[in-house]
Design a protein. Structure first.
Length: 705
């Protein structure tokens, strides 16, 4: 219904626009002048297009303007003169022009009248102009009019100022200077003044209808979504019902199985009772065996404690080195885990990771070599200590003055000290390598965190591309283009485009179907428009041909009527001359007719200057001249000879008898001369009040004779 209403109002709007563009409702001369508006900048337009007025004042203003509403406003007198020449050449009629350089402003002389009861204001102050240069036009046409709310206040105001004001009311009554009053039903067929306002109102109405249609479409989509949701819920309930039925069948089967199992259990209960006695006996045997085992277990625990003490002693001997080895192993395990995690790091961190991995491997190799060196040195130290002990024993056994042995002992001690120093250097180097390893591990952790952050950001970008544009990374690569724009400019451009997209409003999911419908309707209406244009051209050609033919026929027939009028005039008047002619030779179809008569003994003069009887007889002569030219089969005359004297009545009756051969005349008359020439008389009399009686006489019958 909204779409139908929209198309109806839109069609009406288009018709209004077409009427406004074609200046429909205006005279031929106005339309002819407005055809030159585009090429002649001196033509501003008609008065109705240059002023605007609210709906409540339209009737009053249009009444005040009257025919001036179709006046054409021009830049100067030269433009007006040029357009008048064009109208003459094309025989398109007459038009009134208002050159801005020559119009004179007007105003209400009695300013006190504007404060009278019911006065709304001066007419030109109630209108707006499309451009301030046209203010003089509205002032010229409306400046001396006062707008009043109703006719009573208008009459009071006119009386107060002795009928010297021009007053119009909101309902269209007009009070003119001198006391004349115009009023009645106001027919605004063209609505020239309110046409632009009506177009604006319909456009606003169309926007409201479109907005309402969008709301209805959104509501329809919401209802469809709700329907789909209900359908999904229905399917889910159906699935749940199927699952419940399946569960019920399963429970039924299980219940049947449980019943069968119950019967089996009852059947095996007796056997269980028998086995229970045997189990009790076995429990007694097990209890006795448990006591025996417990004693053996106590003995075993004591033995285990002794062995545990021995093991603890052995473990303490290797505790120092084992602790260091565990630390190194834990570090290596952690490093291996980190190395495995770093295998998927981004390209720009791979080189650092590879270097760090190589460093870790190198450090591990150095640590292993150091560990081996430490172990070999410790073994060598132990050997040296054993050798020292053995040498001390030998020294104690041999003579203490033996220099050779003492020198050998000192050499061994020096070697031992050198080994100790070498071992210290190795430990120092090992600590340095451990510090470097710890630093590298920190760098690994930092790079790993950076890599995770990059991966997370990359995943978010990939998800954004898919959610927003349904594009994968490889698919987006197809749209890659080279550009010189900075990243900030690109982001700003994206924000602008998003704003533009958002400003477009909600997406119309039915736009494709609607486009097809609108395109089909447009094609149909465009075809109709072309047909109308062709028909318009045909009509214009036909009108032009008709105008030419009408002018030709009118000129010919008018000349014949003028000839017959002169003949009949002489017969009725007994002489003289009668003449009819056109007042304007530019266009015979719009020209007026002037009748001049010259009764016998008088000079040729305008018909309006004759006496009443002469006027009547001249009009009768014109009527009979037309009748002679083209006799009609039937004619009704109502007391047309009432103003004639007796002699002229006889002439009228005699001439009427001459024409009765081709035309049947019914004459209403009270003149004796006319009655005597009639073939049949019908008299109407009222002998009783309210009762008419007919009397007829056949003047041609023998009885009458």
């Amino acid at each position: 219904a909204l779409e139908v209403r929209y198309h109806e109002r839109k069609a009406f709007l288009e018709s209004l626009k077409n009427m406004a563009e074609r200046y429909e409702g205006y005279g031929n001369s106005i339309r002819k002048v407005m055809e030159y508006k585009k090429e002649n900048k001196g033509i501003f337009g008609v008065v109705a297009d240059l002023i605007k007025v609210s709906a409540e004042y339209e009737t009053a203003i249009e009444t005040a303007l009257g025919g001036n509403i179709q006046n054409i406003v021009t830049k100067d007198e030269a433009t007006a003169k040029k357009m008048i020449e064009i109208l003459k050449e094309s025989k398109s009629g007459r038009a009134t022009f208002l050159p801005l350089t020559s119009i004179v402003t007007r105003e209400v002389k009695e300013k006190d009248a504007l404060n009278a009861p019911g006065v709304i204001g001066q007419a030109d102050e109630l209108v707006e102009v499309t451009d301030k240069q046209f203010k003089a036009v509205s002032n010229t046409l409306l400046g001396n009019y006062i707008v009043v709310d109703n006719i009573d206040n208008a009459l009071n105001l006119a009386k107060k100022y002795h009928y010297t004001l021009r007053i119009v009311t909101l309902t269209g009554e007009a009070l003119n200077p001198g006391g004349s009053i115009s009023g009645g039903a106001f027919k605004r067929s063209g609505n020239l003044l309110g046409r632009s306002r009506e177009i604006d109102e319909i456009q606003a109405e169309l926007k409201g209808i479109l907005k309402e249609i969008d709301g209805v479409l959104i509501k329809v989509e919401e209802i469809k979504d709700e329907k789909n949701k209900c359908t999904d819920d229905l399917h889910a309930l159906e699935d749940e019902i199927k699952e419940k039925e399946l569960s019920r069948n399963t429970v039924t089967l299980n219940l049947k199985g449980f019943k069968d199992r119950k019967e089996e259990l009852f059947g095996g209960l007796e056997g269980i009772k028998r086995e229970s006695g045997q189990i009790d006996e076995n429990i007694k045997d097990i209890t006795q065996s448990r006591d025996k085992v417990k004693k053996e277990l106590d003995t075993s625990v004591e033995r285990e404690n002794e062995i545990g003490a021995l093991v603890d002693e052995l473990n303490r001997n290797r505790a120092v080195k084992a602790e260091e080895a565990d630390k190194v192993n834990s570090i290596l395990i952690e490093a291996d885990r980190n190395n495995a995690a770093l295998l998927s790091e981004q390209r720009f961190t791979n080189e650092n990771l590879e270097k760090l991995k190589e460093s870790v491997v190198h450090f591990n190799e150095e640590l292993e070599s150091l560990a081996q060196s430490v172990e070999s040195n410790e073994n060598e130290i132990l050997n040296k200590n054993d050798e020292i002990v053995s040498l001390k024993k030998r020294i104690e056994e041999e003579s203490p003055d033996d220099d050779k042995k003492l020198t050998e002992l000192n050499k061994v001690i020096a070697d031992r000290d050198a080994l100790n120093e070498s071992q210290k250097d190795i430990f120092t180097e090992r600590d340095s390598l451990a510090e470097r390893k710890a630093s590298n591990e920190k760098e690994l952790i930092r790079l790993n965190a950076q890599r995770e952050k990059i991966d997370s950001y990359f995943d978010s970008l990939r998800d954004y591309m898919w959610n927003e544009y349904e594009l994968t990374l490889s698919g987006a690569g197809e749209f890659k283009t080279e550009t010189d724009m900075e990243l900030t400019d690109i982001k700003r451009r994206i924000a602008t485009l998003k704003g533009d997209i958002k400003a477009l409003g909600n997406v119309n999911v039915n736009s494709i179907e609607q486009y097809g419908e609108v395109m089909e309707r447009f094609t149909f209406m465009d075809g109709q428009r072309k047909d109308i244009i062709e028909a318009e051209e045909d009509l214009k050609r036909a009108i032009a041909e008709l105008d030419d033919e009408m002018r030709r026929q009118f000129t010919e027939e008018f000349a014949k009527i003028a000839e017959q009028f002169d003949v009949v005039f002489r017969e009725l008047f007994g002489g003289g001359h009668g003449k009819i002619e056109l007042t304007d030779s530019d266009d015979v179809l719009e020209a007026g007719i002037r009748i001049t008569a010259e009764p016998p003994g008088k000079k040729l003069q305008n018909m309006m200057q004759l006496s009443g009887g002469e006027k009547s007889l001249s009009a009768i002569a014109l009527l009979f001249g037309i009748q002679r030219l083209k006799p009609s089969p039937f004619c009704l005359l109502d007391e047309i000879e009432a103003a004639l004297d007796e002699a002229n009545v006889d002439r009228f009756a005699n001439y009427l008898s001459q024409l009765s051969g081709k035309t049947q005349f019914i004459v209403i008359t009270h003149r004796r001369g006319t009655m005597t020439k009639a073939d049949r008389l019908y008299g109407i009399t009222m002998q009783e009040k309210g009762v008419s009686t007919e009397v007829n006489v056949d003047l041609d019958s023998e009885d009458y004779e």
